[in-house]
Ligand binder design. Structure first.
Ligand SMILES: Cc1ncc(COP(=O)(O)O)c(C=O)c1O
Length: 447
């Protein structure tokens, strides 16, 4: 950085990204006029695409009336309308919404809320939260501890309330174990962990029903979800689904958990697609029975200056109206099928594509050295960084991940806005094919 020149730092160690000029639909232009396709909707946030006129109009209308009202002084009708709309879409038992500004905060608030539930019920000994490994629940200290990321090892041991159990893997179950069998072993590991640590101390189990960045769009067989629900019920443990990535229509149902009706969660957390990238907005949804219990025991008075921010809620409502009105959830289901079919065809020509998986418009391509052994490419090749750079040259903005120091694989997420047409999908997959072809040449040259 030039001495004396102050500038915004993204946190990146390498080159700064180019300056953005404008964005519309699936596309973003930089200051040099180069056009990019937003293949991962930012970090899977821009579900309805950029620059939607109806959302911009709602922002203007709301901001001309008022931008801010602190919830303890005023109720804002937009927050109320949004809650009603969300409750209708989320289905029975997810009646109330508590709004904050980011996914990490929403997870933290949800954990604080369930602790209040335990206290309201006289179950003061319950405080432990079990999460999965791998998982990602945010970047605050408590959410990092839940996320079991070895990059933050001290916080894992420093936060004794967070315990971990393995997450199922459809692509990398242990050697000699079928993925479906492994999924059930993972469910039983939850039961064993609860018993081992003392069921009366366990408050909640949190998981992503369809994994985002930590597991590359992986999900488990239906029996896993059913069994998890049974185990939570057996021990009075609350089941929380982190749908920050998978919710708001991304996977072809409003909540991904809508696919497993016998395994409904007690609480759900939403962010990202909820505000669609137009405003920082996140929420946890809770059943009225829990909210009433907490309200009856003195309430849940946690301060956040921007909680239930009226402008953000107006945006959330407009994003939801676009999502439903333009039938984007149904489109996500259909375009997702088409996208995966195209990616699987690409896999046929590309030996470094180990796996293609996903639901709706939440998809991942796992990159390997060798498809038969599923061996990962060496760390020095910086697979994700290099593929992202090559994709950028092709005008594709792609987010990828080598999770938890490479214990679980390398993948890139293919999760464009839900408005993507078949022609957009063709353009994305063609560009990806060129980029992976070049990467393969580079690997061959380096060998
Ligand atoms: C599953 C999941 N939970 C929580 C978070 C944290 O959300 P935020 O980045 O808005 O704090 C993320 C962010 O990527 C996520 O993917």
């Amino acid at each position: 950085m030039t001495p004396g020149v102050q500038r915004f730092w993204t946190g990146r160690a390498g080159r700064q990204p180019p300056a953005i000029e404008r964005a519309s639909g699936l596309h973003i232009w930089d200051r040099d006029g180069k056009r990019y396709i937003d293949v991962t909707s930012g970090p899977i946030a821009v579900n309805i695409g950029h620059g939607n006129e109806r959302v911009l109009a709602a922002m203007r209308e709301q901001s001309e009336r008022y931008c801010f009202a602190y919830p303890s002084n005023f109720e804002s009708e937009r927050s109320t309308e949004l809650s009603q709309r969300l409750a209708g879409l989320a289905g029975p038992g997810l009646d109330c919404a508590f709004y904050v500004s980011s996914g990490s905060e929403a997870v933290e608030k949800c954990l604080q809320f369930v602790r209040r539930v335990a206290m309201a019920r006289g179950e003061n000994a319950r405080y432990k939260i079990i999460s999965r490994d791998p998982s990602y629940h945010g970047s605050t200290r408590a959410t990092m501890a839940l996320s079991a990321d070895p990059g933050y090892a001290p916080y894992l041991t420093d936060y004794p309330a967070a315990l971990h159990v393995p997450a199922p893997s459809s692509y990398r179950p242990p050697a000699g174990v079928a993925a479906s069998v492994y999924a059930m072993q993972c469910a039983e590991a939850l039961r064993a962990r609860i018993i081992e640590t003392g069921p009366e101390t366990v408050l909640a189990f949190i998981m992503e029903p369809v994994m985002g960045f930590c597991g590359g769009a992986d999900s488990a067989p239906p029996e896993y979800y059913r069994r998890i629900r049974e185990i939570c019920d057996e021990f009075g443990v609350l089941l929380i689904y982190d749908e920050i990535v998978s919710g708001a229509g991304r996977t072809g149902t409003f909540l991904a958990s809508g696919r497993w009706p016998t395994a409904r969660p007690d609480l759900v957390i939403l962010a990202k697609g909820l505000g669609g990238g137009y405003a920082p907005l996140a929420a946890f949804l809770a059943p009225a029975r829990l909210v009433d219990a907490v309200a009856g025991a003195g309430g849940f008075h946690v301060g956040h200056t921007h909680k239930a921010h009226p402008l953000a809620c107006a945006v959330g409502l407009a994003v939801l109206e676009v999502t439903i009105g333009d039938r984007l959830i149904e489109k996500a289901a259909q375009s997702g099928e088409y996208l995966r079919a195209k990616l699987r065809r690409l896999q046929g020509d590309s030996p470094i594509i180990g796996d293609v998986r996903g639901l709706g418009m939440l998809n991942a391509v796992e990159i390997v050295a060798d498809r038969d052994s599923k061996r990962m490419l060496p760390r020095e090749l910086d697979v994700i960084g290099r593929v992202q750079a090559l994709a950028r040259e092709q005008g594709l903005l792609i987010y990828g991940r080598r999770t938890h120091a490479g214990r679980f694989g390398d993948w890139i997420m293919v999760a464009p806005p839900l408005i993507a047409t078949h022609a957009d999908v063709d353009e994305i997959v063609d560009g990806l094919g060129r980029c992976l072809g070049r990467f393969q040449q580079e690997i061959a040259a380096a060998a």
